[in-house]
Design a protein around this ligand. Structure first.
Ligand code: PMP
Length: 292
């Protein structure tokens, strides 16, 4: 059955939810987006995702034609229109229709889209066994070019990294910044654990300010675990007892091998497991109710 899609203020059947070939989201990747989870009729961290969407838009001088509250309502309405209970929500705002030149001044009004769909969950083995990650040659965009803190529609930097990981048969790519320090994975943040201390690179090192990252740091602290945001080298990761990735879709994923080297004893570590379980519980309890 087709989905109902929010497109510029209206809910329309997915066959009618089309955008122009002159939309600059398509022509130039000129736009911003979010990825949000719906768990058991609740949207997790809705406000935080909407805030980040508006921050990303502001960074590229994209004026979203509706305010954050109307955006939250559009998201909730789209979930309701599809009768979803669990799923994945993708708000997208593009610069809109322009001409073939790149000048955004030619684009009269942004295109606003919300897709709410079911989610393809990762196989449970992935969480039980953990995944292998490789460091790739593609460096993270420098912050003074396309800032990694902006969740823009231009994902080629991360796609190039993912292609490298695919070629080497690894599940994910670990990306370094232009100085050779760890930034993040192609679509997830990266953490290491050593001597009971959890560490992740600060966003200034080329990481997106992940909402799962923020949640997991808070959970770890509330469990009495020391959490550091600090510059990390590949050596820090190779010598870690544990490592994991965080992201809205993937949640918390144990990393058991990096660049062919087993981390710790090569199985998901105890702190990673605790954070996986706690995150999974909190994400299903704390969201904004959709049908209330
Ligand atoms: N880094 C990148 C490049 C991403 O695309 C994502 C997914 N949005 C993340 C990190 C994780 O962010 P979040 O926890 O907000 O999903």
């Amino acid at each position: 059955m087709g989905l109902q899609i929010y497109l510029n203020g209206r809910l329309v059947p997915q066959e009618e939810a089309t955008v122009s070939v002159f939309d600059h989201g398509l022509l130039y990747g000129d736009g911003v987006f979010e990825g949000i989870r719906l768990y058991k009729d609740r949207i997790f961290r809705l406000k935080e995702h909407v805030d980040r969407l508006y921050r990303s838009a502001r960074a590229i001088q994209l004026q979203i034609p509706i305010g954050p509250e109307a955006m939250e309502k559009a998201i909730i309405d789209t979930v309701r229109a599809n009768g979803l209970h669990d799923g994945y929500i993708r708000p997208i705002v593009t610069r809109g229709v322009g001409d073939l030149g790149l000048d955004p001044r030619k684009c009269s009004s942004p295109t606003v889209i919300v897709i709410a769909s079911t989610i393809q969950l990762y196989p449970p083995e992935l969480y039980e066994k953990g995944v292998e990650v490789v460091t790739v040659g593609t460096r993270k965009n420098v912050p003074d070019a396309v800032s990694p803190e902006v969740k823009s529609l231009n994902y080629l930097n991360m796609i190039l990294a993912k292609l490298e990981a695919n070629l080497s048969g690894a599940a994910e790519a670990l990306m370094l910044n232009h100085q050779g320090y760890i930034a993040e994975c192609s679509a997830d943040n990266f953490f290491v654990v050593r001597n009971g201390v959890v560490a992740t690179p600060p966003t200034s090192q080329g990481a997106l300010g992940g909402i799962t990252r923020e949640t997991v740091m808070g959970l770890a602290r509330s469990m009495g675990i020391t959490v550091q945001e600090r510059v990390l080298t590949r050596t820090d990761a190779w010598t870690a007892d544990e490592a994991f990735m965080t992201g809205t879709a993937a949640e918390v994923v144990p990393v058991v091998k990096l660049d062919g080297r087993p981390l710790g004893d090569g199985t998901p570590g105890p702190i990673t497991r605790r954070l996986m379980d706690t995150y999974a519980r909190v994400a299903r309890e704390e969201g904004t109710p959709v049908y209330a």
